[in-house]
Design a protein around this ligand. Structure first.
Ligand code: NAD
Ligand code: LMR
Length: 332
């Protein structure tokens, strides 16, 4: 008999969720496990989830288990293995009469959501639950949630996989290699325009990026701004933030955590700092990660950073510190 996994998804009536949820039960992300879904929305739109559940039922997903929906996060959180915290307000929309463009606005609006959700996850989620925060500002929302949960056995992550996939795409175009030949694509720091996508430790057809890409002008003036500003570029074009690529990145993060990482490779997500690479303890910071055969996720600690890389990384660390300062009233 297949084992089961229970997955809670917030923001389930939103645009990322519409692309994400069907692929949680398609037999690829969780292999042959039966996937029980608990979908969460705010009271104003929770009734829309009835239609989404109808569609899921009509789609013939043999690995789909129970599917429930609610506006009560606490009810959903009992014994869950995975929490995909997508629910929050994106940039680019008008909220209470104001166009939301700045991260500081998001911090004010979205931060509060993660206190009560974090408390429920700490109380009712599985001891070894994994939590992926997608909703922005993802790192600081994860910081708030982790703090409220207060349970070190649970793994809190903020999503930087999309940045890593974007960076792979830009490098593959520059070098003429296939995206699957690009490995160890690290995103250091914050999921924000200060992130530092690492072109030195990346492996391109098993060769270090520092050897293959010998063009600092391109790195500084094309590669970094393209990756750092890609979210904004999509918003400017679509009038809505990246959805299908964000959903794919969330699925890729789950797959990376559910399967051992091959030697030499790593995957990107932001996790709590224990001081690794000189990052102040407690910040939720983008790191290279790997998964062991027993499912434990660890920080890869043997990467070297040039002076250029250290300087860029520090800008993002400083931003994470200032975000922590701005939400200190929400931290226990
Ligand atoms: P969306 O507006 O389409 O959907 C968000 C949904 O969340 C809405 O349906 C809303 O009702 C719901 N919601 C709000 N508060 C909630 C709560 N307390 N509990 C449950 N549901 C709640 O937005 P979207 O395009 O799906 O984006 C969602 C978030 O993901 C945004 O914050 C966006 O900025 C972020 N995002 C992150 C990344 C990343 O790489 N980390 C990439 C793209 C988007
Ligand atoms: C993204 O990277 O696409 C999202 O975080 C949306 C944004 O606001 O940039």
């Amino acid at each position: 008999m297949s084992s089961r996994v229970k997955v809670v998804v917030t923001g389930a009536a939103g645009q990322i969720a519409y692309s994400l949820i069907p692929r949680l039960v398609d037999g690829k992300t969780f292999g042959n496990k039966i996937v029980d879904l608990y979908l969460v929305e705010i009271p104003q739109v929770v009734s829309k989830l009835e239609g989404l559940v109808m569609e899921l039922e009509d789609s013939y997903f043999p690995q789909m288990g129970e599917v429930k929906y609610t506006d009560d996060f606490e009810e959903a959180s009992h014994n869950a293995d995975w929490f995909l915290l997508v629910g929050s307000i994106p940039r680019g929309i008008v909220y209470e009469g104001k166009k939301i463009e700045e991260r500081s606005d998001l911090l004010k609006i979205n931060g509060g959501i993660f206190v009560s959700q974090g408390e429920a996850i700490g109380k009712y989620g599985k001891e070894n639950a994994k939590i992926l925060v997608v909703g922005n500002p993802a790192n600081t929302n994860a910081l708030i949630g982790k703090n409220a949960a207060g349970k070190d056995s649970q793994l809190w992550m903020a999503m930087t996989m999309l940045d890593s996939s974007r960076a792979k795409s830009v490098i593959s175009k520059k070098t003429g290699s296939n995206i699957s030949d690009i490995k160890n694509m690290i995103i250091w720091g914050n999921h924000s325009p200060t992130m530092y996508p690492d072109v030195e430790n990346v492996l391109i057809c098993d060769k270090a990026g520092s050897e293959v890409i010998n063009d600092m002008d391109w790195v500084e003036n094309t590669f970094l701004p393209t990756v750092q500003q890609r979210g904004k570029a999509v918003i400017d074009s679509r009038g809505a933030s990246s959805a299908t690529s964000a959903a794919k990145a969330a699925l890729d993060t789950i797959i990376a955590c559910e399967n051992p990482t091959e030697d030499g490779n790593s995957f990107s997500a932001a996790v709590v700092s224990d001081g690794a690479y000189g990052v102040p303890e407690g910040l939720i910071c983008g790191y290279p990660l790997f998964t062991l055969a027993d499912g434990t996720v660890e920080i890869k600690r043997d990467q070297s950073l040039s002076e250029f890389a250290k300087q860029k990384f520090q800008i993002s660390i400083d931003e994470l510190e200032s975000e922590r300062e701005a939400v200190k009233h929400l931290l226990k």
